[in-house]
Ligand binder design. Structure first.
Ligand code: SF4
Length: 137
């Protein structure tokens, strides 16, 4: 699956959940997307739920803005950096991010960054349409 295919599929899953939650307030929606609740109520939302695994080892993990609105990816490459293809980057250059670099490619590594998983961040950038949030940042 390409990143674009994953992005579209994930956004459609998010949309379907949001249609079910249209009666909930913003705070209630955000609370619904907490990892511990999603694992039980929406087991198909993330592949990691099947093994009860968190993408970030944090007690307050919230899944509303997975993937991060600042993550930029192009399956065909964003640019060339010397002899390597840059496939992804962080639009705000968050200091918690890093890069995976091999002989031909560079990928952004978000494993140490918790920014989009905090409820303060989600509340600040909240929109019921996930695609809209992802397109804005
Ligand atoms: S480093 Fe953090 S802010 Fe940047 S794209 Fe990754 S998760 Fe988002």
């Amino acid at each position: 699956m390409t990143y674009l295919e994953w992005f579209q599929t994930h956004g459609e899953k998010h949309k379907a959940i949001m249609q079910k939650l249209s009666h909930l307030s913003e705070d209630e929606v955000i609370a619904y997307f907490r990892f511990d609740n999603m694992l039980i109520k929406e087991p198909d939302f993330c592949l990691l739920y099947q093994t009860h695994t968190k993408c970030h080892d944090n007690a307050t993990l919230n899944c509303y803005l997975c993937a991060c609105p600042h993550f930029r990816f192009d399956d065909n490459g964003l640019s060339k950096v010397a002899d390597k293809t840059l496939f992804s980057l962080c639009s705000i250059n968050a200091r918690q991010g890093s890069q995976y670099i091999n002989s031909s490619s560079i990928h952004h590594n978000c494993t140490s960054c918790f920014i989009p998983h905090t409820e303060a961040y989600i509340k600040k950038h909240f929109k019921r349409d996930w695609f809209e949030v992802m397109a804005q940042r």
